[in-house]
Design a protein around this ligand. Structure first.
Ligand SMILES: [Zn+2]
Length: 600
């Protein structure tokens, strides 16, 4: 840390950020006092040894990052690039560690500009530590290119809000040096069914060969790890392993199925219920508060590209678009699509299916690295055992930057920039005018039924609709009322099915107008509610006169009406009104947005 001048030797292989990012092959002197990950790895990665060397490295994980090092790295980035980087916690792990996210975006410089949201998450599975490096390297690359004045990255950061979560599983990551087999989180589960919910195994390299052996136990009908008898003194080691729940089987979408296990000892244990793990709850809460156009989740163990659906062979509704994305990613990496692998399997409760099926995000899972040959057989305690798991999932540290630069980074680049350059580029917004309380937009659409939505940023719910319209293919011209919002970030969101681009206004729209409140009498609303989609019901109403009542009493009335719309048999407890947002002014159309209360 603390180099004042870092001599950067960057060899960025492949085509980055679309067509026109320069490939740096020369050395450049950058004086920002920030330690780039490739410099750090160059000094800490040289002592790499073969085998399950994570044991030899100890809790620092050598050139790899533990959760403390990730925290320092993100805060260091924030301190050196305060205009671009913010760091925040999306939730806590089971062991109460911060699950950190970094947001990277450049300040607005244009009056009306695209700001879309995209996300990259690593390390659902603890032992796949290379994925942390992939995320941190991506962060450093875009910060580096931006600080060099690279025009493509500058445009990207002005148009995108990029969210990076290096590890979703900090507990497991930090325990790897004791047991590099850990895949799940560290939430104790009663593996052996003795009604004791503490983990009863002390994993240890008993024979001192630098490996933790995994062997099959017929007594327990599952895999145990080399170790010593734990706190229960029952003379067995490994009968109640550390953790945990497979975080990538714990999402609340198609939770139950053959693609996950109900056996706590299984590596694919789905957990007792959807979102039983605090780590998946943190992600779902985070994603619910954003509108991610694209998102990437990084894994290792093999090299492959995975897109929804994972729970079924049936095509996804956007299968054609996913096919296009997969083909582009194949060109960049040479990786196979998941279904082309000879040993591919289905998964239930998986991240990508939830992101797409529930959050409508173009979600791609990348299996970034695999070395199956690293696993080999030995004997432990007289039993046939397997060792070498660290090297199966993670490259030697001297190779990790090159591997990521040549194969993984171009795929992350593609997904992050896809909303700007994808084949299915939906529309263009040409301009806007503001007159009185009317905002008029002109643009061009290539598809029919395109949603044009005016939104403001709500502290609790992210971007919240104020008014909307639908346009068809061709040149469009739509206008909205924007009265009353004098102190909020506002944007125009254009897309279809909730997926699209948000054009953010630079600064605030301040149109003078007195806010008014609406009235109702005898519990009868002076307008109609249409639609039975309980997740979002739009109420359109134009005030004809100004009268008064409170928003909360109006909410109570609308709540009871919504309850009457809910199909018989569905719980009504989740369906309360949590917000009414409207422009309350005489003679102006009003849109109330009523959302289902999220369960998380
Ligand atoms: Zn994985």
């Amino acid at each position: 840390m603390g180099k004042s001048t870092a001599l950067i030797f960057l060899i960025l292989v492949g085509s980055l950020m679309g067509n026109s990012v320069p490939i740096h092959t020369s050395s450049v002197s950058v004086d920002v006092g920030y330690q780039w990950i490739w410099d750090e790895v160059a000094t800490t990665g040289t002592s790499d040894i073969n085998g399950d060397d994570v044991l030899s490295w100890g809790s620092s994980l050598g050139a790899y990052y533990n959760s403390t090092e990730i925290m320092y790295k993100l805060n260091d980035a924030k301190n050196h690039f305060p205009d671009l980087v913010s760091v925040f916690e999306i939730g806590k792990s089971y062991q109460n560690k911060s699950i950190l996210a970094v947001k990277i975006t450049a300040p607005n410089t244009r009056t009306l500009q695209v700001k879309y949201e995209t996300a990259v998450v690593g390390n659902h599975h603890a032992r796949e530590a290379i994925t942390v490096i992939d995320v941190l390297l991506y962060m450093d690359r875009i910060l580096y290119l931006y600080s060099e004045g690279d025009s493509v990255v500058t445009n990207l950061l002005e148009e995108a809000e990029i969210y990076l979560v290096p590890t979703l599983n900090p507990d497991g990551l930090d325990a790897l040096y004791l047991n590099p087999w850990i895949r799940k989180n560290m939430q104790p589960i009663d593996d052996d069914g003795d009604n004791t919910t503490v983990d009863q195994s002390e994993i240890r390299d008993v024979n001192g060969d630098g490996y933790i052996a995994q062997y099959y136990s017929y007594k327990y009908g599952g895999y145990l790890f080399e170790g010593v008898d734990g706190p229960d003194n029952d003379t067995f080691a490994g009968e109640d392993n550390w953790g945990g729940v497979d975080l990538n089987r714990n999402y609340p979408f198609q939770f139950i199925g053959d693609g996950s296990s109900s056996n706590p000892r299984d590596m694919n244990y789905r957990g007792p219920a959807p979102l039983s793990a605090p780590e998946t709850r943190a992600w779902v809460n985070f994603a619910n508060n954003h509108t991610f156009f694209t998102a990437v989740s990084l894994h290792s163990g093999t090299e492959a590209i995975v897109t929804p659906w994972s729970y079924t062979d049936k095509p996804a509704p956007d299968q054609a678009e996913f096919n296009y994305i997969v083909n582009e990613l194949k060109k960049k990496s040479g990786f196979l699509e998941w279904s082309e692998l000879p040993y591919s399997y289905s998964t239930n409760g998986e991240w990508g299916d939830w992101m797409y099926g529930v959050d409508n995000t173009l979600a791609v899972t990348l299996e970034t690295y695999g070395n199956n040959a690293a696993l080999h057989n030995t004997y432990y305690d007289g039993k046939s055992a397997t060792v070498g798991v660290w090297d199966r999932f993670n490259p030697p540290s001297k190779d990790m930057i090159d591997h990521s630069n040549s194969l993984v980074q171009p795929m992350i680049d593609f997904m992050v920039t896809y909303p700007r350059s994808g084949s299915n580029y939906y529309h263009k917004l040409n301009g806007f005018t503001l007159e009185g309380n009317r905002l008029t937009l002109t643009g061009q659409s290539e598809i029919n039924n395109l949603d044009v939505v005016i939104q403001y940023r709500n502290k609790f719910q992210g971007w919240t609709n104020i008014d909307n319209s639908t346009v068809d293919s061709g040149v469009f011209n739509v206008s909205f009322s924007v009265e009353g919002f004098t102190d909020k970030d506002m944007r125009v969101f254009i897309g279809k099915g909730g997926r699209g681009l948000g054009y953010q206004f630079n600064g605030l729209i301040d149109i003078k107008g007195e806010p008014h409140v609406i009235s109702y009498e005898n519990n009868t609303l002076p307008f109609e509610i249409s639609g039975t989609d309980i997740s979002t019901i739009n109420v359109n109403y134009t005030l004809t006169s100004t009268t008064t009542t409170s928003r909360s009493s109006l909410a109570t009335t609308i709540s009871s009406i919504i309850s009457s719309l809910i199909p018989t048999g569905e719980s009504t407890s989740e369906k309360s009104v949590i917000g009414i947002f409207g422009i309350l002014a005489a003679g102006v159309p009003v849109l109330f947005v009523i959302r289902k209360r999220k369960n998380s």
